[in-house]
Ligand binder design. Structure first.
Ligand SMILES: *Cc1c(COP(=O)(O)O)cnc(C)c1O
Length: 415
């Protein structure tokens, strides 16, 4: 009986709406109505199960406000990357340079000459904004941009090897987090993968013997996130190019991270440099825009002009192309590579990778002060030596000297 009268005493939705002017000023009416209904349902449920007393209008409006705030809160939120992995795929990989953010903001809010040649008023090509920079930085004759490197590999293999064979070493059939697997991408490109060699050893002869009538591409893949150690042999790009030239078969390299500059200049572990791979004769090289390059998510394909032109004509290209925000951010990032007197000062990825242990110590101490305040006296904090990783498949077995904050729960009554 008590429950039934409490239920009856709950205000109705219409009555609540009349007192909800604050909420209606901030949120769309149907959403406010839904939130009020939800709050009322909760109150009824609580009364029926006996874990609540009758709610008045104010309490119901407050409950509705909380529901509305949860809907309006962004889901994709900034976080602190304290993982020790600088380019973390789950945390969004490379942070953009200020110049890149400025460029993408400008084209996001205004019309831009995306596919318009301002010199002659004719139709332009959207990749033209970045192609000359990519060619200058890699020595390639032509370049193309797609949504990510996975798309670059897919487009290259589909264009060059649909219905034909792609030869790749069993030691390089990599899986990247997020289900990018070379055999699967090959299958989706409608090419047949022909595996050669063994897991630990592949020789030039293995490739040479696999080449037949149907062979279109010799594929080399950077073993981004793993290393095979011990009794190993892999075929260097030059040897692969020599075989390809002799037998009239194309050589494509998926470089994964792909550095545009020599990272050892900043004391970092050596990563394959795109220009170097182009110089050694790869017909096409594909790599990511948001790994070591430090730009937006993108897939970059550089190499022979006739092959890039074929990729551009593939109808898949339209489905895989980059948008104007990406192109604006990428162009600005590439401009930094070409023009900045001190790249590490303006490219956040490089800046984060080259911080000294002294700088990380200062940062760690400041973070510890904030953390200690947030965690309270139940936790003991200490700054310890640690090893960080570049991430995104660059040098997985090499580490960078770093610092970590160790958090330990104090034992009650203990020291
Ligand atoms: C990271 C990586 C990819 C996938 O690149 P995305 O830009 O994430 O699509 C493909 N191949 C290799 C070797 C990689 O390291």
């Amino acid at each position: 009986m008590a429950t039934r009268s409490s239920l009856r005493s709950l205000p109705g939705v219409d009555e609540l709406l009349r007192g909800a002017n604050d909420l209606l000023a901030r949120y769309a009416r149907p959403l406010v109505t839904d939130a009020l209904r939800g709050a009322l349902d909760d109150a009824r449920q609580a009364l029926r199960t006996g874990d609540g007393t009758a709610s008045d209008a104010d309490a119901l409006l407050a409950a509705a406000a909380a529901r509305l705030a949860a809907v309006a809160a962004p889901s994709l939120r900034p976080v602190v990357n304290a993982t020790g992995v600088v380019l973390h795929t789950n945390l969004g990989r490379a942070p953009l340079a200020a110049a890149a953010v400025e460029a993408l903001t400008a084209v996001a809010t205004q019309p831009c000459a995306l596919e318009l040649d301002l010199a002659d008023g004719g139709r332009g090509e959207r990749d033209a904004h970045v192609e000359s920079h990519l060619c200058a930085l890699t020595g390639a004759a032509a370049a193309l941009v797609v949504n990510n490197n996975a798309a670059g590999v897919l487009l290259a293999l589909n264009t060059l090897a649909e219905g034909r064979e792609v030869v790749a070493s069993r030691g390089e059939l990599v899986e990247i987090g997020g289900a990018f697997r070379i055999p699967d991408v090959c299958a989706k490109s409608l090419a047949t993968l022909r595996e050669v060699g063994t897991t630990n050893r592949t020789h030039p002869d293995d490739y040479a013997r696999a080449i037949g009538e149907r062979t279109a591409v010799l594929l080399k893949v950077h073993p981004s996130n793993y290393r095979i150690a011990g009794f190993t042999a892999a075929v260097e790009l030059e040897a692969l190019v020599a075989i390809g030239r002799e037998r009239g078969v194309l050589v494509v390299e998926d470089l994964g991270s792909g550095a545009l500059v020599d990272l050892t200049r900043w004391g970092l572990p050596a990563e394959p440099i795109v220009a170097d791979r182009v110089r050694r004769g790869a017909d096409l090289v594909t790599f990511s825009g948001d790994k070591l390059l430090g730009g937006p998510q993108a897939g970059l394909v550089v190499g022979r002009a006739d092959l890039v032109a074929r990729l551009r004509r593939n109808p898949l290209r339209r489905a895989l192309r980059a948008d104007k925000l990406t192109l604006a951010a990428l162009e600005a990032t590439l401009r930094l590579y070409r023009t900045a007197p001190d790249l590490a000062a303006v490219l956040p990825t490089l800046r984060l990778l080259t911080r000294s242990v002294a700088e990380l110590t200062t940062l760690g101490e400041a973070a510890m002060t904030l953390l200690a305040r947030a965690l309270g006296p139940a936790y003991a904090l200490a700054l310890e030596n640690a090893a960080a990783a570049i991430g995104s498949g660059a040098q997985p077995t090499e580490t960078l000297p770093s610092k970590a904050i160790a958090i330990a729960q104090k034992i009650p009554g203990g020291p």
